[in-house]
Design a binder for this molecule. Structure first.
Ligand SMILES: NC(=O)c1ccc[n+]([C@@H]2O[C@H](COP(=O)([O-])OP(=O)(O)OC[C@H]3O[C@@H](n4cnc5c(N)ncnc54)[C@H](OP(=O)(O)O)[C@@H]3O)[C@@H](O)[C@H]2O)c1
Length: 281
């Protein structure tokens, strides 16, 4: 299988590292259907993986004042790329975000299903949801939503690095995605050319306190931080907009025969590997 990866950022590069010669990582910025067609024709891939997007620097609050750039990267680019893939009859797997859901769902277990309607207010989440809404009507397209990536490899976008660097941390409970598992699931979805929406989060939920607890046990016993409530995050000026906290049900992965490790097991394993990687630095 020849995979064309669009979006040479954190996720695109992590997938390229894992997939090796099977994948080509495009460095091109895609703004038009013609540009997308040219990139597909230049590489003749069996499948296209879209890891492009705009998530703001240093964080998603940037998107609040840069709506057009965010719309171009998160809504227009996926539509343009999907258009080109449809024209060439190539399967597209698009990276979505679970941060389109805020709070509890209406289901008894409070978890959001793949086909539930998003309810986002922030610009970043709205632009991601807009792409999902329209791409999900197309055949031969998969949408893989992840949440709060946790990686054994130290990186600025890794939730371990982020939480360990904050002096004040909110203790919230969430569905999260272990990057090592995510890369494997993406590969399986590409192989199966699986259409529809998939929640690529590890079964179970995690509190930030659990991650920090393992970090202090396995990586840095001298680490300290203050715990604050979710409401205090915005009230204290640490964020412009409240962050999405939610639980995702991943029913559609099971339907195509894909499973992920429970978060408890995967989290400890990832922190152990993270500690090894830090020691090797
Ligand atoms: N990381 C997370 O926490 C997270 C969570 C949920 C979902 N996601 C989604 O996963 C995807 C990848 O995220 P990431 O963490 O890898 O972000 P990233 O590190 O910012 O990488 C995104 C890459 O896409 C590129 N890009 C932007 N617009 C493009 C366009 N029109 N054509 C081609 N490339 C374009 C960016 O280039 P520039 O740097 O030049 O802008 C950047 O290299 C995004 O769609 C994001 O919404 C990420």
């Amino acid at each position: 299988m020849k995979i064309l990866i669009i979006g040479a950022g954190y996720m695109g590069r992590r997938c390229k590292e894992a997939w090796g010669d099977e994948a080509v990582l495009s460095e091109k910025i895609i703004s038009t259907v013609d540009e997308a067609l040219a990139e597909i024709d230049a590489h003749s891939p069996d499948v296209v993986f879209n890891a492009a997007g705009i998530k703001g620097v240093p964080n998603v609050d940037w998107c609040e004042d840069h709506q057009l750039e965010t719309i171009r990267g998160n809504t227009l680019e996926p539509i343009v790329l999907a258009d080109a893939c449809q024209q060439r009859g190539v399967y597209l797997l698009h990276m979505g975000s679970g941060c389109i859901f805020y709070g509890d769902s209406a289901h008894e277990d409070k978890a959001w299903r793949e086909d539930d309607m998003g309810n986002p207010q922030p610009v970043y989440s709205r632009t991601k949801w807009a792409a999902d809404l329209v791409l999900s009507t197309l055949p031969n397209v998969g949408i893989a939503r992840i949440r709060m990536p946790i990686d054994w490899k130290p990186a600025p976008g890794n939730l371990i690095n982020k939480l360990a660097s904050y002096p004040k941390v909110i203790d919230v409970e969430n569905s999260v995605t272990i990057v090592e598992d995510m890369i494997d699931v993406f590969h399986q979805l590409l192989e199966k050319r699986a259409a529809g929406i998939f929640h690529v989060s590890n079964p179970g939920t995690m509190r930030h306190r659990e991650l920090i607890g393992l970090y202090e046990e396995l990586v840095d016993p001298s680490h300290t931080n203050e715990w604050i409530s979710n409401e205090e995050l915005v009230a204290q000026g640490l964020a412009t907009k409240g962050r999405s906290n939610n639980f995702l049900a991943n029913e559609n992965l099971a339907k195509v025969g894909i499973t992920m490790r429970p978060i408890g097991e995967a989290l400890r394993d990832t922190l152990e590997k993270y500690a090894e990687a830090k020691n090797a630095e």
